[in-house]
Every structure is written in C-alpha cells, then in structure tokens.
Design a protein around this ligand. Structure first.
Ligand SMILES: [Zn+2]
Length: 433
C-alpha cells in the first residue's frame, strides 16, 4: 500500500498506521507499507474499541459512529484495483471510488455546513478505498482532552500539521512525549486544573513541552471541538495556531521575569463545588494565542474571579512586549503597577471595594482623573492616604489613557484580593501588602 497524503486528516491516518505497520516508510507526503489494511486494522482494534470490546472507544466514536459494527468497515479493507477513475485525494487511478464522507475527512465541508455535517454525512468528491482507510484510522493519532456536561460529552482534539507528512511525523513525536493513556485525556500537562477546552488545552500543552524541550516546532496546530450526546455529534469549533516564534518569545520573557505560566493560567479557573469552570482560562488562552491585548477584558474578569491572579505582572509584561504586538513598554507597566497598588492598598485598609468599581467604570480620561482625585480627597486624612504618582498621570493622554487605566484597575484589584486572602488566612489580622 502506497498513499499520497493531501490534508491533515489523512496525515493523522498515516501517523496512526505507523504504529501498526512496522515496515512503514514515510517520505515527503507519501507513506508506504507492505502490511495489508486487514492486518493493520486487526492490530489497531484494541485501541479502536471501548473497554467492553464494542465499537467504539469514546475518543474515536464521533468519527466512526455511523459504522456501528466492525463488519461495516470491511468494504474499505479490500485491495484497490487499477482502473480509469481518479481519486480526488491521492490521484491514483482505480476501478471504483467511494463518496467523500465524514469518514475520509470530517473537515471536507464548508464551515457553514459544519454543524449539520454529521447528519448529511457526505461532501463533494470521490475517493479511493485506501484514502478511506486512512480516515478510519485518523482518530487514533489525535491528542484529546474532554469533559462531560449533562448528556453531552465534549471532546477537544489536537493535531500538529507540518509542511509535509514527514515534518508532521517529527512534530507528532515531540508532542507524544507528554501523552499518557487515559479516559478523559491522553495528554499530561503541568496544571493544577486539567484543561478541557481547545485553547487552554493547546497552550498548556505548549507550555509543558516548552519547559521540557525549550522548543516548539513550527507547524499548524489544529484544534477541533466536538460535542457528542450519544445520538448526534456536533462540531463546535475548528481553529488553528501557527505563531510559534512569538509564543516562545512570550514564554521566555515570562520565565526570565520569574513568572510561572501554568500558575498564571490556573488563576482563571473558577471552583464552584463540586464543579470546576475553566471558561475564563479558555478565554485568556485564546487572547494569548491570538496575541490580542488582554487588559480591557482582564479588568472585568478580575472582578469575577474574587481571587488574586498569580504572576500577573510577569504575564502583563510578556504579552505587551512580544514582537509584533503594539504594547506598552515595561517602564510604563511599572508605573501602572505602582499607582494601582497604592489604590489597592488604600481600598483594602478602608475596606471599600466599591471604590474599585467606580475606577473601573470611568468612561473618559476626564472621568478617570476626577475619580482619582476624589479618592485622594476621600482618604486624605488617613494614615494610608492615596497619592497617585505624577509620572503615572503624565502617561495619560486623550489617545492613550484606556490601557494604563485598565492596568491601574487590574493591579489595584489584584493587590486588594491578595491582601484580603492573606488576611483571611491570618484570622482577620491585617498583613502588609
Ligand atoms: Zn486515494
């Protein structure tokens, strides 16, 4: 069997086959093996089937669902015969072709058809039996994390696509280094709370591997999220990430400042006993992986968290100073932090959290300056009065006040929450921040 792979789904199939075909050769985009499809499937069955030996293991079920008996796959195991028809994937000339279906490539459909694809089951194009066989195997090469929500079983799949099959194979082996068999996930990442959604899974995989290997290979990292309720499967998202160099720079900057990326991300997990909600960490991971400014949104998130964010300063500097991001320099961030912590400390002493809302809700530069001078006035007679440093006021202008203001709020709230937590741990005794 010799197959030319043309898309990431086929690449995954080829990588999966590698494990069950000892003589496999992968060169460029082509794989070649003398093992028959029947032999390969027979060796792969223990991984394809569920614990009771029935079709299918939960992580491959969404892709094989319509073949509810193993025998139904048999027609794809026949050797293909030469003929006058051309496979639209590998371009080989064969006697018979099959419809391009979910099995061959669940992504061979337009984005707008994504959600209903599983019910329609086919796309345009016809392909050969070998290409279909790759599709049967693809699920086994995908990394995944998952969670259950009521009747829904929601799975995130990850897969690296290199510039050809050979490169994909190398990157896959790099990722495989942290894989571990498991029911809910086959990736072992460094995090207090396990990731279950696409962006948080991807970013924590990157961080774990970067800490281990000091490197992230260039590739297009695919993420897919599928929801399965037993009867129907729905694609929730399909994304990709490739700005590997920028991400490594960000992780290095954070590390050089003494930050702990994993602990920073864990700060966004909300524990609602007995459940753990990672939606905010997912949102943060998405902002980081798309190199979007985090401050505007973060000033609202931190009010919802009610817990201080660890290594906040280090990550604010790291996200702002990545090449290609039009961010603030470290000196300006330092000024915002200084001003914010003065406010946070005073508000903690006064036990007046509401002041932080007024600050956050400032809608204009004028409004912000007024709120700050109100605060200075309000606490003027106290030991811990607020004096906003002049240098901070000087960086504010009509065009550039929003981000420093957001940082002021973020650092103020973070300081307040850190001191509140410290004091509650010390039986109400106040701890200098
Ligand atoms: Zn083909």
């Amino acid at each position: 069997m010799k197959i030319l792979t043309r898309n990431f789904w086929q690449q995954a199939g080829a990588i999966a086959i590698r494990k069950f075909a000892p003589d496999i050769q992968i060169r460029g985009d082509t794989l070649e093996t003398s093992c028959s499809k029947k032999e390969i499937l027979a060796r792969a069955l223990p991984e394809l089937l569920n614990k009771n030996g029935k079709p299918w293991a939960p992580n491959v079920r969404p892709f094989l669902k319509q073949y509810n008996q193993i025998e139904k796959l048999e027609k794809f195991l026949e050797e293909k015969k030469p003929g006058g028809k051309v496979c639209s994937f590998c371009t080989s000339r064969v006697s018979t072709l099959e419809k391009l279906s979910l099995l061959a490539d669940p992504l061979a459909v337009k984005v707008e058809n994504f959600q209903s694809f599983f019910s329609h089951g086919s796309a345009s194009g016809e392909i050969c039996l070998d290409c279909l066989f790759l599709g049967i195997m693809s699920g086994l090469a995908l990394f995944y994390t998952s969670y259950r929500e009521g009747q829904e079983y929601v799975i995130t799949y990850l897969f690296p696509q290199g510039k050809d099959l050979e490169e994909t194979d190398k990157t896959y082996r790099w990722m495989k280094d942290i894989s571990e068999a498991g029911g809910w996930s086959n990736m072992k990442v460094r995090a207090k709370f396990f990731p279950v959604k696409p962006f948080e899974s991807l970013i924590l995989v990157f961080n774990t591997l970067f800490e281990k290997t000091r490197f992230i290979p260039r590739a297009t990292y695919r993420t897919m999220q599928v929801s399965s309720n037993g009867n129907t499967n729905t694609f929730l998202s399909f994304d990709s990430f490739e700005n590997v160099d920028e991400l490594m720079e960000l992780l290095k900057t954070n590390e050089s400042l003494g930050g702990d990326f994993s602990a920073f991300m864990d700060s966004f997990v909300v524990i609602k006993q007995p459940l753990v909600d990672t939606s905010m960490r997912e949102e943060m991971a998405r902002m980081i992986l798309t190199f979007k400014p985090v401050e505007e949104r973060l000033q609202f998130m931190i009010f919802e968290l009610e817990r201080s964010i660890r290594y906040l300063y280090e990550m604010i500097v790291a996200t702002n100073t990545v090449k290609g991001v039009n961010g603030l320099d470290q000196e300006t961030i330092d000024l915002c932090k200084k001003a914010g912590e003065i406010v946070g400390n005073a508000v903690f002493e006064a036990d007046s959290f509401g002041d932080l809302y007024s600050l956050r809700n400032s809608r204009s530069l004028e409004d912000l300056l007024l709120t700050l001078s109100d605060l200075e006035f309000k606490y003027a007679k106290e030991d811990w009065k607020i004096t906003i440093p002049e240098e901070f006021i000087r960086i504010l202008s009509e065009d550039s006040w929003k981000k420093p203001k957001a940082l002021l709020v973020i650092f103020a709230v973070n300081k307040y929450l850190a001191r509140k937590y410290a004091s509650s741990k010390n039986g109400g005794e106040k701890v200098a921040g």
